[in-house]
Write a protein that binds this ligand. Structure first.
Ligand SMILES: *Cc1c(COP(=O)(O)O)cnc(C)c1O
Length: 363
Protein backbone atom coordinates (compact mmCIF):
# COMPACT_ATOMS: atom_id res chain seq x y z
CA UNK A 1 0.00 0.00 0.00
CA UNK A 2 1.28 3.43 -0.88
CA UNK A 3 -0.92 6.29 0.30
CA UNK A 4 -0.06 9.79 -0.85
CA UNK A 5 -0.88 13.18 0.62
CA UNK A 6 -4.10 14.06 -1.19
CA UNK A 7 -4.75 17.78 -1.68
CA UNK A 8 -7.99 17.22 -3.59
CA UNK A 9 -10.65 19.96 -3.24
CA UNK A 10 -13.44 17.38 -2.99
CA UNK A 11 -14.15 14.58 -2.54
CA UNK A 12 -11.14 14.91 -0.28
CA UNK A 13 -8.85 13.04 2.03
CA UNK A 14 -10.43 11.23 4.97
CA UNK A 15 -8.56 10.63 8.23
CA UNK A 16 -6.53 7.43 7.95
CA UNK A 17 -7.72 6.05 11.34
CA UNK A 18 -11.31 6.48 10.11
CA UNK A 19 -10.63 4.52 6.91
CA UNK A 20 -8.90 1.81 8.91
CA UNK A 21 -11.80 1.52 11.32
CA UNK A 22 -14.29 1.34 8.44
CA UNK A 23 -12.14 -1.34 6.84
CA UNK A 24 -12.14 -3.37 10.04
CA UNK A 25 -15.91 -3.12 10.34
CA UNK A 26 -16.64 -3.47 6.63
CA UNK A 27 -17.67 -7.12 6.41
CA UNK A 28 -19.19 -7.60 9.85
CA UNK A 29 -20.44 -4.46 11.54
CA UNK A 30 -20.05 -5.00 15.29
CA UNK A 31 -21.29 -8.59 15.35
CA UNK A 32 -24.29 -8.13 13.04
CA UNK A 33 -22.73 -10.37 10.39
CA UNK A 34 -23.39 -7.81 7.65
CA UNK A 35 -21.90 -4.58 6.35
CA UNK A 36 -23.46 -1.19 7.11
CA UNK A 37 -23.98 -0.98 3.33
CA UNK A 38 -26.27 -4.01 3.44
CA UNK A 39 -28.33 -2.94 6.43
CA UNK A 40 -31.94 -1.73 6.51
CA UNK A 41 -32.17 1.95 7.29
CA UNK A 42 -35.11 1.06 9.55
CA UNK A 43 -33.11 -1.43 11.63
CA UNK A 44 -32.36 -0.57 15.26
CA UNK A 45 -28.63 -0.87 14.54
CA UNK A 46 -28.80 1.75 11.82
CA UNK A 47 -31.06 4.00 13.90
CA UNK A 48 -28.29 3.96 16.45
CA UNK A 49 -25.73 4.89 13.78
CA UNK A 50 -27.81 7.91 12.72
CA UNK A 51 -28.52 9.05 16.24
CA UNK A 52 -24.90 8.65 17.27
CA UNK A 53 -23.68 10.71 14.28
CA UNK A 54 -26.29 13.38 14.91
CA UNK A 55 -25.50 13.55 18.62
CA UNK A 56 -21.79 13.91 17.92
CA UNK A 57 -22.36 16.72 15.40
CA UNK A 58 -24.60 18.56 17.88
CA UNK A 59 -21.88 18.20 20.51
CA UNK A 60 -19.01 19.21 18.22
CA UNK A 61 -20.75 22.32 16.88
CA UNK A 62 -22.63 23.15 20.12
CA UNK A 63 -25.88 23.21 18.15
CA UNK A 64 -28.63 24.71 20.33
CA UNK A 65 -31.88 22.82 21.00
CA UNK A 66 -33.95 25.07 18.78
CA UNK A 67 -32.15 23.70 15.71
CA UNK A 68 -32.84 20.59 13.69
CA UNK A 69 -30.00 18.56 12.15
CA UNK A 70 -30.90 16.85 8.85
CA UNK A 71 -28.90 14.22 6.96
CA UNK A 72 -29.97 14.60 3.33
CA UNK A 73 -28.82 13.81 -0.20
CA UNK A 74 -28.38 15.83 -3.36
CA UNK A 75 -25.28 17.75 -2.32
CA UNK A 76 -24.98 21.42 -1.47
CA UNK A 77 -26.24 22.12 -4.99
CA UNK A 78 -29.70 20.76 -4.14
CA UNK A 79 -29.79 23.12 -1.16
CA UNK A 80 -29.39 25.99 -3.65
CA UNK A 81 -33.06 25.18 -4.45
CA UNK A 82 -34.22 23.88 -1.06
CA UNK A 83 -33.19 27.03 0.81
CA UNK A 84 -35.38 29.47 -1.18
CA UNK A 85 -38.23 26.94 -1.43
CA UNK A 86 -38.33 26.63 2.36
CA UNK A 87 -37.45 30.20 3.29
CA UNK A 88 -39.39 32.32 0.78
CA UNK A 89 -42.18 32.65 3.31
CA UNK A 90 -43.02 36.35 3.34
CA UNK A 91 -41.88 38.38 0.36
CA UNK A 92 -40.05 35.90 -1.83
CA UNK A 93 -37.07 38.15 -1.73
CA UNK A 94 -33.53 37.40 -0.56
CA UNK A 95 -30.04 38.87 -0.49
CA UNK A 96 -27.02 37.00 -1.80
CA UNK A 97 -23.37 37.93 -1.32
CA UNK A 98 -21.64 36.81 -4.51
CA UNK A 99 -18.13 35.70 -3.50
CA UNK A 100 -17.51 32.86 -5.93
CA UNK A 101 -18.92 30.37 -8.43
CA UNK A 102 -20.95 28.44 -5.87
CA UNK A 103 -22.52 31.64 -4.51
CA UNK A 104 -23.36 32.60 -8.10
CA UNK A 105 -24.95 29.21 -8.73
CA UNK A 106 -26.93 29.45 -5.48
CA UNK A 107 -28.30 32.87 -6.43
CA UNK A 108 -29.14 31.73 -9.95
CA UNK A 109 -31.17 28.80 -8.62
CA UNK A 110 -33.01 30.97 -6.07
CA UNK A 111 -33.99 33.39 -8.85
CA UNK A 112 -36.42 30.76 -10.16
CA UNK A 113 -38.60 31.31 -7.11
CA UNK A 114 -38.30 34.96 -6.21
CA UNK A 115 -36.39 38.22 -6.30
CA UNK A 116 -32.67 38.07 -5.63
CA UNK A 117 -30.73 41.12 -4.56
CA UNK A 118 -26.98 41.05 -5.06
CA UNK A 119 -26.02 42.39 -1.64
CA UNK A 120 -22.28 42.40 -2.40
CA UNK A 121 -19.96 40.98 -5.02
CA UNK A 122 -16.27 40.44 -5.60
CA UNK A 123 -16.71 39.46 -9.25
CA UNK A 124 -14.79 42.61 -10.31
CA UNK A 125 -11.50 41.04 -9.17
CA UNK A 126 -12.21 37.40 -10.01
CA UNK A 127 -13.49 36.72 -6.46
CA UNK A 128 -10.06 37.21 -4.93
CA UNK A 129 -11.47 38.97 -1.86
CA UNK A 130 -14.48 39.15 0.48
CA UNK A 131 -16.39 42.44 0.12
CA UNK A 132 -16.72 44.70 3.19
CA UNK A 133 -18.65 42.54 5.66
CA UNK A 134 -19.82 45.51 7.75
CA UNK A 135 -21.52 46.90 4.66
CA UNK A 136 -23.46 43.67 4.07
CA UNK A 137 -26.99 44.60 5.11
CA UNK A 138 -30.23 42.91 4.17
CA UNK A 139 -32.56 44.92 1.95
CA UNK A 140 -36.02 45.78 3.27
CA UNK A 141 -38.44 42.81 3.31
CA UNK A 142 -35.72 40.27 2.68
CA UNK A 143 -36.63 36.70 3.69
CA UNK A 144 -33.00 35.66 4.21
CA UNK A 145 -29.39 36.63 3.56
CA UNK A 146 -27.12 34.06 1.91
CA UNK A 147 -23.32 33.79 2.25
CA UNK A 148 -20.62 31.23 1.40
CA UNK A 149 -18.34 31.08 4.45
CA UNK A 150 -15.38 29.57 2.56
CA UNK A 151 -14.90 29.95 -1.18
CA UNK A 152 -13.38 26.67 -2.24
CA UNK A 153 -12.26 27.65 -5.74
CA UNK A 154 -10.85 31.10 -4.97
CA UNK A 155 -9.35 30.40 -1.54
CA UNK A 156 -11.12 33.08 0.48
CA UNK A 157 -13.04 32.99 3.74
CA UNK A 158 -15.29 35.23 5.83
CA UNK A 159 -13.31 36.39 8.84
CA UNK A 160 -16.53 37.40 10.60
CA UNK A 161 -20.24 37.16 9.96
CA UNK A 162 -22.44 39.96 8.63
CA UNK A 163 -24.98 41.33 11.09
CA UNK A 164 -28.31 40.70 9.39
CA UNK A 165 -30.51 41.54 12.39
CA UNK A 166 -33.79 39.62 12.30
CA UNK A 167 -33.24 38.44 8.74
CA UNK A 168 -32.09 34.79 8.88
CA UNK A 169 -28.47 34.31 7.85
CA UNK A 170 -28.04 31.30 5.56
CA UNK A 171 -24.58 29.82 5.01
CA UNK A 172 -23.17 27.41 2.49
CA UNK A 173 -20.47 25.94 4.75
CA UNK A 174 -19.51 23.05 2.47
CA UNK A 175 -15.78 23.62 2.58
CA UNK A 176 -15.20 24.79 6.16
CA UNK A 177 -17.81 23.15 8.36
CA UNK A 178 -16.10 21.75 11.50
CA UNK A 179 -12.89 23.60 10.60
CA UNK A 180 -13.48 26.58 12.84
CA UNK A 181 -15.76 27.47 15.74
CA UNK A 182 -19.05 29.16 14.81
CA UNK A 183 -21.83 30.47 17.02
CA UNK A 184 -24.71 28.50 15.49
CA UNK A 185 -27.30 30.83 17.00
CA UNK A 186 -26.21 33.47 14.47
CA UNK A 187 -27.61 31.38 11.60
CA UNK A 188 -31.03 30.49 10.26
CA UNK A 189 -29.71 27.68 8.06
CA UNK A 190 -26.28 26.10 7.57
CA UNK A 191 -25.80 23.54 4.81
CA UNK A 192 -22.81 21.56 3.60
CA UNK A 193 -21.98 18.73 1.26
CA UNK A 194 -20.08 16.16 3.33
CA UNK A 195 -17.31 15.35 0.88
CA UNK A 196 -14.84 18.03 2.00
CA UNK A 197 -14.72 17.86 5.77
CA UNK A 198 -17.08 15.16 6.95
CA UNK A 199 -17.56 11.97 4.93
CA UNK A 200 -17.57 10.44 1.46
CA UNK A 201 -19.86 12.19 -1.03
CA UNK A 202 -23.59 11.51 -0.90
CA UNK A 203 -24.43 13.07 2.44
CA UNK A 204 -25.57 16.68 2.81
CA UNK A 205 -25.86 18.13 6.29
CA UNK A 206 -28.47 20.81 6.95
CA UNK A 207 -28.76 22.61 10.28
CA UNK A 208 -31.95 24.66 10.41
CA UNK A 209 -33.60 26.78 13.10
CA UNK A 210 -36.85 25.08 14.04
CA UNK A 211 -39.09 28.13 13.59
CA UNK A 212 -38.08 28.25 9.91
CA UNK A 213 -39.45 24.75 9.28
CA UNK A 214 -42.98 24.12 8.03
CA UNK A 215 -43.52 27.21 5.89
CA UNK A 216 -42.26 25.94 2.54
CA UNK A 217 -43.74 27.22 -0.72
CA UNK A 218 -46.61 25.10 -2.09
CA UNK A 219 -44.56 23.98 -5.07
CA UNK A 220 -41.80 22.53 -2.85
CA UNK A 221 -41.14 18.87 -3.69
CA UNK A 222 -41.83 16.63 -0.69
CA UNK A 223 -38.19 15.56 -0.55
CA UNK A 224 -36.94 19.16 -0.39
CA UNK A 225 -39.33 20.27 2.35
CA UNK A 226 -37.36 20.50 5.61
CA UNK A 227 -40.56 19.54 7.48
CA UNK A 228 -40.75 16.14 5.75
CA UNK A 229 -37.19 15.40 6.76
CA UNK A 230 -37.38 16.83 10.28
CA UNK A 231 -40.59 14.91 11.08
CA UNK A 232 -38.99 11.61 9.99
CA UNK A 233 -35.53 12.05 11.58
CA UNK A 234 -34.10 12.21 8.02
CA UNK A 235 -35.49 8.74 7.29
CA UNK A 236 -38.45 9.67 5.06
CA UNK A 237 -36.85 7.57 2.34
CA UNK A 238 -33.62 5.59 2.15
CA UNK A 239 -30.82 7.89 3.27
CA UNK A 240 -27.18 7.63 2.24
CA UNK A 241 -26.53 5.04 4.91
CA UNK A 242 -22.82 4.38 4.44
CA UNK A 243 -21.92 8.09 4.27
CA UNK A 244 -23.82 8.73 7.50
CA UNK A 245 -21.90 5.90 9.16
CA UNK A 246 -18.61 7.34 7.86
CA UNK A 247 -19.57 10.81 9.08
CA UNK A 248 -20.11 9.33 12.54
CA UNK A 249 -16.60 7.88 12.48
CA UNK A 250 -15.15 11.24 11.36
CA UNK A 251 -17.04 13.04 14.14
CA UNK A 252 -15.65 10.56 16.71
CA UNK A 253 -12.14 11.12 15.35
CA UNK A 254 -12.58 14.89 15.62
CA UNK A 255 -13.93 14.63 19.14
CA UNK A 256 -10.96 12.50 20.23
CA UNK A 257 -8.66 15.11 18.74
CA UNK A 258 -10.15 17.78 21.02
CA UNK A 259 -13.09 19.00 18.96
CA UNK A 260 -13.53 21.95 16.63
CA UNK A 261 -11.53 24.51 18.64
CA UNK A 262 -8.50 22.19 18.71
CA UNK A 263 -8.97 21.54 14.99
CA UNK A 264 -9.17 25.28 14.29
CA UNK A 265 -5.77 25.83 15.94
CA UNK A 266 -4.24 23.08 13.81
CA UNK A 267 -5.86 24.55 10.69
CA UNK A 268 -4.36 27.96 11.45
CA UNK A 269 -0.96 26.35 11.95
CA UNK A 270 -1.22 24.36 8.72
CA UNK A 271 -2.42 27.22 6.52
CA UNK A 272 0.11 29.67 8.03
CA UNK A 273 2.91 27.30 7.03
CA UNK A 274 1.93 27.47 3.36
CA UNK A 275 1.15 31.21 3.36
CA UNK A 276 4.49 31.95 5.06
CA UNK A 277 6.23 30.01 2.32
CA UNK A 278 4.36 32.00 -0.34
CA UNK A 279 5.00 35.36 1.36
CA UNK A 280 8.71 34.66 1.83
CA UNK A 281 9.20 33.93 -1.85
CA UNK A 282 9.04 36.01 -4.98
CA UNK A 283 8.52 32.89 -7.04
CA UNK A 284 5.07 32.02 -5.66
CA UNK A 285 2.24 34.52 -5.52
CA UNK A 286 -0.94 34.11 -3.48
CA UNK A 287 -4.14 34.81 -5.44
CA UNK A 288 -6.40 35.73 -2.50
CA UNK A 289 -6.41 39.06 -0.69
CA UNK A 290 -4.17 38.32 2.35
CA UNK A 291 -6.74 39.35 4.95
CA UNK A 292 -9.40 37.08 3.44
CA UNK A 293 -7.26 33.99 2.97
CA UNK A 294 -8.90 30.60 3.38
CA UNK A 295 -7.48 28.09 5.85
CA UNK A 296 -8.86 25.23 3.77
CA UNK A 297 -7.93 26.04 0.17
CA UNK A 298 -4.60 27.77 -0.40
CA UNK A 299 -4.39 29.21 -3.93
CA UNK A 300 -1.22 30.53 -5.53
CA UNK A 301 0.45 30.95 -8.90
CA UNK A 302 3.91 30.34 -10.34
CA UNK A 303 5.71 32.60 -12.84
CA UNK A 304 4.53 30.66 -15.92
CA UNK A 305 2.10 27.98 -17.08
CA UNK A 306 5.03 25.78 -17.95
CA UNK A 307 6.40 25.97 -14.40
CA UNK A 308 2.92 25.33 -13.00
CA UNK A 309 2.59 22.16 -15.05
CA UNK A 310 6.05 21.02 -13.97
CA UNK A 311 5.19 21.75 -10.33
CA UNK A 312 2.04 19.61 -10.48
CA UNK A 313 3.87 16.77 -12.22
CA UNK A 314 6.89 16.69 -9.91
CA UNK A 315 4.74 17.11 -6.80
CA UNK A 316 2.73 14.10 -7.92
CA UNK A 317 5.91 12.11 -8.28
CA UNK A 318 6.86 13.15 -4.73
CA UNK A 319 3.57 11.81 -3.33
CA UNK A 320 1.75 15.15 -3.21
CA UNK A 321 -1.42 14.60 -5.24
CA UNK A 322 -4.12 16.78 -6.83
CA UNK A 323 -2.54 20.23 -6.58
CA UNK A 324 -3.74 21.69 -9.87
CA UNK A 325 -5.79 24.85 -9.38
CA UNK A 326 -9.34 25.28 -10.65
CA UNK A 327 -9.44 26.39 -14.29
CA UNK A 328 -11.07 29.71 -13.35
CA UNK A 329 -8.09 30.73 -11.19
CA UNK A 330 -5.25 28.69 -12.67
CA UNK A 331 -2.06 28.01 -10.75
CA UNK A 332 -2.06 25.75 -7.74
CA UNK A 333 -4.68 24.98 -5.12
CA UNK A 334 -3.69 23.03 -2.04
CA UNK A 335 -6.83 21.90 -0.22
CA UNK A 336 -5.84 21.24 3.36
CA UNK A 337 -9.07 20.22 5.06
CA UNK A 338 -9.29 18.80 8.58
CA UNK A 339 -8.08 15.34 7.50
CA UNK A 340 -4.81 16.64 6.00
CA UNK A 341 -2.14 15.93 8.63
CA UNK A 342 0.45 18.58 9.61
CA UNK A 343 3.12 16.28 8.13
CA UNK A 344 1.41 16.49 4.74
CA UNK A 345 1.57 20.28 4.81
CA UNK A 346 5.21 20.16 5.93
CA UNK A 347 5.99 17.87 2.99
CA UNK A 348 4.26 20.32 0.64
CA UNK A 349 6.20 23.31 1.99
CA UNK A 350 9.51 21.45 1.72
CA UNK A 351 8.66 20.53 -1.87
CA UNK A 352 7.74 24.16 -2.66
CA UNK A 353 11.09 25.43 -1.32
CA UNK A 354 13.05 22.82 -3.22
CA UNK A 355 11.12 23.45 -6.43
CA UNK A 356 11.71 27.20 -6.13
CA UNK A 357 15.47 26.72 -5.75
CA UNK A 358 15.65 24.37 -8.70
CA UNK A 359 13.55 26.48 -11.04
CA UNK A 360 14.18 30.06 -9.99
CA UNK A 361 16.49 30.75 -12.92
CA UNK A 362 13.60 30.16 -15.35
CA UNK A 363 11.32 32.66 -13.65
C1 LIG B 1 -18.12 21.75 -3.22
C2 LIG B 1 -19.02 22.89 -2.94
C3 LIG B 1 -20.33 22.95 -3.40
C4 LIG B 1 -20.92 21.87 -4.27
O1 LIG B 1 -21.26 20.81 -3.49
P1 LIG B 1 -22.04 19.54 -4.05
O2 LIG B 1 -22.23 18.75 -2.80
O3 LIG B 1 -21.17 18.89 -5.06
O4 LIG B 1 -23.33 20.00 -4.63
C5 LIG B 1 -21.10 24.04 -3.06
N1 LIG B 1 -20.61 25.03 -2.30
C6 LIG B 1 -19.35 25.02 -1.85
C7 LIG B 1 -18.85 26.16 -1.03
C8 LIG B 1 -18.50 23.96 -2.16
O5 LIG B 1 -17.24 23.96 -1.72
Amino acid sequence: MNRVYNFSPGPSALPLPVLEKAQKELLDYRGTGISVMEMSHRSPVFQEIVNNAKGLLIELMSIPENYEVLFLQGGASTQFSAVPLNLFTENRKADYAITGSFAKKAAKEAKRYGTIIEAASSADKNFSYIPDIDAMKPSPDSDFFHITTNNTIYGTRYTKLPDTGDVPLVADMSSNILAEVYDISKFGVIYAGAQKNMAPSGLTVVIVRKDLIGKAMDITPTMLDYKTQADQNSLYNTPTTFSIYMAGLVFEWLKDLGGVSAMEKINIEKSDMVYDCIDNSDFYEGTANPKDRSRMNVTFTLPSDELTARFVKEAGQAGLATLKGHRSVGGIRASIYNAMPVEGVKALVEFMKKFELENKSEA
